[in-house]
Structures are given as C-alpha cells and as structure tokens.
Design a protein around this ligand. Structure first.
Ligand SMILES: NC(=O)c1ccc[n+]([C@@H]2O[C@H](COP(=O)([O-])OP(=O)(O)OC[C@H]3O[C@@H](n4cnc5c(N)ncnc54)[C@H](OP(=O)(O)O)[C@@H]3O)[C@@H](O)[C@H]2O)c1
Length: 260
C-alpha cells in the first residue's frame, strides 16, 4: 500500500510517553510513513535514545522532556511543536497506567493510589486534549486525537480497580470528546490494547510467562508495541476519516477468550 493512501506524509504527530513501549511503537509507525514527530517523556536519556532511532527514518523528531500530568509541561510540548512546525495534526495520548505499585483490593488500597491512577489515565488525557484542541483550533487546522485505553476497561481485574475504571472512563470520554470537538474539525478515537510486551507488562510476567500466555491467544502471541502503533496509524490516517469516537480493540483476540 502506498503511503499516500494514509495521507500522513509531512504531518506533525505528537506522542506522549514515547521513549519506549507503546508510545515508541506509535512514533515509529508514523515516521515510517513520512510524518514528523514530537515525542515526550519524563527522563531525558531514554527519550534521546528513542529519538536517535526514529531519526534514522530521515524524518524530523523533536523531543520534549516533561510530565503529561503537568499542565505547564503540556504547554511546553505545544510551544515546541509551534516553534518547529507551527502546528500539530495528530495527538496520541499514550501516557497512562498505574501511579505507584498496585496496593491491593478495595479492602487494602487507599485514595492516594485511586486518585493518582485516575489522574494519570483520565485527567492527564483531558489536560493534553484540551491544550492540543485549542492549539489545533487556533492554527485553523483539522486534527486527530487518539487515546490509548486498555482491554482492562472491559474486564474485572482484582487489585486494578482504579486502572480498569479510569480506562473505561477514557473510552466513554473518547466518544464525548469526539462529539464536542467534531464541529471544530477534530476527530477523536481510541485504541484499547491487550497484552503488549513492554517494561510495564514485564513487571507482571517474565519472558516464559508471556510466551505461554501468548500461545493461548487467538493471535498465538502477545502484542509488540508496533501492533498498537499500526492500529493508531490506521485510525489517525485518511483510512479512519469516517471513524468518530470509536475505541478499537487491538488485543490479538484476548477478549474473545483462549483458543485452548
Ligand atoms: N503494555 C501493555 O500490555 C498495555 C496494555 C493495555 C494498555 N496499555 C497502555 O499503553 C500505554 C503505554 O504503556 P506501556 O506499556 O508502553 O508503558 P511503558 O513501557 O511503561 O512506557 C511508558 C512511556 O511513557 C513515559 N511516561 C510515563 N509516564 C509519563 C508521564 N506522566 N509523562 C510523560 N511521559 C510519561 C515513559 O517514560 P518516562 O518514564 O521517562 O516518563 C515511557 O516512555 C499506557 O496508557 C497503558 O495503560 C499498555
């Protein structure tokens, strides 16, 4: 398939939390089809390492060290995009996950853990979405915003109440944001990944455990970050131009159930 079908050549794509894992998989897919990227993360060294890899594509890669939960840092991302490109076409709200170690069930966990995780998965996405939507409207360009949710939104996973609840909230918010922002030429969608081999998943499984789990999935393997990158790319591209508010499940069939 020619990259021109996607309509992403020369587009400016911002990916939060892209020094590794799902975010880097997304950024990699975008530069490979001719987009320029702005990538963020809190630690400078891994972010620069990711940028060095992405620059081998020949595309522009701007790095911004900052916390997607901090409105001042989000403003700095916008200023970096403005300074280098003058605008942004796509925002991928990838930052999410737990804040802190899982504290246990509802009987064992506390409000700081609940609030921290809800802030990371929902408040930070709303903060980034508001800031970038205003920037897109100000620069009079149509835009696309993709939110990274999780299949954890659809399942009851003990000890992960705030994670599952906030990702479920994000899926709901994606639809509402799509309605609110469509009149401004901004399309909002989401991707709900299943198990993807990243550092955060490796906190739960070792290599053998992941391989064994993967063999039970309809896809026969667990995901890699580029699997999610391809789903995000499709929704953000012209191929997704009539898709509004939908969160696409990309999980190798995990939610369908094991094959054996
Ligand atoms: N892996 C899975 O199986 C899976 C499944 C479903 C959904 N997801 C979702 O996919 C997304 C990415 O997960 P992942 O597994 O790729 O995580 P990961 O491997 O831990 O990578 C997280 C990335 O985000 C950056 N980051 C984290 N918090 C940040 C913040 N507050 N501000 C800016 N950057 C931040 C990290 O860099 P710094 O630490 O330097 O900031 C890193 O680059 C999350 O929304 C997660 O819920 C993952």
């Amino acid at each position: 398939m020619s990259n021109s079908v996607l309509g992403l050549e020369g587009k400016v794509v911002v990916v939060t939390g892209a020094s590794q894992g799902v975010g880097l998989g997304c950024a990699r897919q975008f530069v490979n089809v001719g987009a320029d990227v702005v990538i963020t993360g809190r630690r400078a060294a891994p972010l620069e390492q990711a940028a060095a890899e992405l620059r081998r594509s020949g595309r522009e890669v701007v790095t911004v060290v900052g916390d997607a939960e901090d409105p001042a840092d989000v403003a700095a991302v916008i200023e970096a995009a403005r300074a280098r490109f003058g605008h942004a076409d796509v925002l991928v709200n990838n930052v999410g996950g737990r804040r802190g170690k899982p504290e246990g069930t509802i009987l064992e966990s506390g409000p700081d853990y609940w609030r921290g995780t809800i802030d990371r998965n929902l408040v930070s996405v709303l903060t980034c979405t508001q800031a970038f939507a205003r920037f897109m409207i100000e620069t009079k360009r149509p835009g696309v915003i993709i939110n990274i949710a999780s299949v954890g939104a659809y399942r009851a996973s003990p000890r992960l109440v705030p994670y599952g609840a906030s990702k479920a909230g994000l899926i709901q918010a994606t639809g509402t944001l799509a309605r609110e922002l469509a009149p401004h030429g901004i399309r909002v969608c989401g991707v709900a990944p299943g198990m993807v081999d990243t550092d955060s998943l490796r906190e739960w499984f070792d290599a053998d455990g992941l391989a064994a789990r993967g063999r039970k999935l309809p896809a026969g393997r667990i995901g890699v970050p580029d699997d999610i990158g391809r789903a995000v790319l499709m929704l953000a591209s012209d191929l997704g131009s009539w898709i509004y508010g939908t969160t696409l499940i990309a999980d190798g069939g995990e939610l369908l159930g094991d094959v054996h």
